[in-house]
Design a protein around this ligand. Structure first.
Ligand code: FE2
Length: 303
């Protein structure tokens, strides 16, 4: 069976590209690479040409996940593996692969109908070391674990969702059963991995957007502390306070991005576990911010 090796890139649709570029550089510390294309910017985290594509299309949501396979042989084998399982796969024209800065690209939809891309051969700019958009103590942690992880929406249930992602070579299962006061069933979250990272994609968080959050890992705890201070000083809303996750052991916090979903900055995760277990809550911390209180009428009227 052929397996994807990492989440190589994500494509985000945004309403305000200028604001996103500022946020990415000054708040998150990503490197903004502008190739002079209208309505498009690239965000770098390492030697890759980009890890995040920003398209000013108004979506304010996740457009596409880009999963990597090892090389040409696995690429064509994966297309066959998916077609044999009844998944409609299209090998993209060379111009589309060029647009993604990869050697070859295929496009398909996941079980919920959300766009996925599978590629091999990303452009790696060995001559252009990552240059953070603001000061950092150390660097983003990518490597064999890919760019990070995310929680995304599914609309067809865990079983069909898992059946699809298993075809790509991801494995995993339920890792949280969170009791919800007054609800007959706990909130279940499903986490899937394809490499040493505990999870690459996860499902189950309620929400209107395809994406709940994107986690970017740093290799120095001080970069979580610094990011927290930068976020607070800039008045960016913190969505989830610092804490440690029970499943991947990540020490992290979450804040809102200009598209109204969350970025998580984390450190200290353990490698993916090969045996299932579940948790009812995190190790400590991670309190959710209360929704903002409604403003008094007089203040509202004043603007
Ligand atoms: Fe996360």
């Amino acid at each position: 069976m052929i397996q994807v090796t990492e989440l190589g890139y994500v494509g985000l649709g945004v309403k305000d590209l200028a604001e996103w570029k500022r946020f990415a550089a000054e708040i998150v510390g990503l490197e903004v690479a502008d190739e002079g294309e209208a309505g498009r910017a690239y965000l770098r985290m390492d030697y890759w040409h980009h890890r995040i594509l920003l398209d000013e299309d108004g979506a304010d949501d996740l457009n596409v996940l880009g999963f990597r396979v090892a090389g040409a042989e696995d690429f064509h084998g994966m297309a066959e593996q998916l077609s044999d399982a009844g998944v409609a796969v299209e090998i993209a024209a060379p111009a589309k692969a060029d647009d993604r800065r990869v050697l070859e690209l295929m496009t398909l939809n996941d079980a919920s109908g959300y766009p996925i891309e599978i590629f091999h051969g990303p452009q790696v700019q060995a001559d252009q070391p990552f240059h953070p958009g603001r000061r950092m103590h150390s660097r983003f942690k990518t490597g064999a674990g890919g760019l990070g992880h995310l929680i995304q929406r599914q609309t067809v249930g865990f079983e069909k969702t898992y059946a699809f992602y298993k075809l790509l070579g991801l494995r995993g299962g339920i890792e949280y059963r969170v009791p919800i006061p007054g609800a007959p069933r706990p909130l279940e979250l499903m986490f899937l991995h394809c490499n040493e990272r505990d999870h690459t994609v996860a499902f189950g968080m309620p929400g209107e957007k395809r994406i709940d959050h994107l986690m970017l890992e740093v290799d120095d705890l001080d970069d979580v502390g610094l990011a927290y201070e930068v976020v607070r000083k800039a008045g960016v809303p913190v969505a989830i306070a610092p804490g440690r996750h029970a499943n991947d052991h990540m020490y992290s916090f979450y804040f809102m991005n200009p598209s109204g979903w969350q970025i998580e900055i984390g450190w200290g995760a353990r490698p993916a576990s090969q045996q299932s277990e579940y948790y009812q809550r995190d190790t400590y911390g991670h309190e959710r911010a209360a929704p903002p209180a409604p403003k008094p009428r007089a203040v509202q009227a004043a603007g």
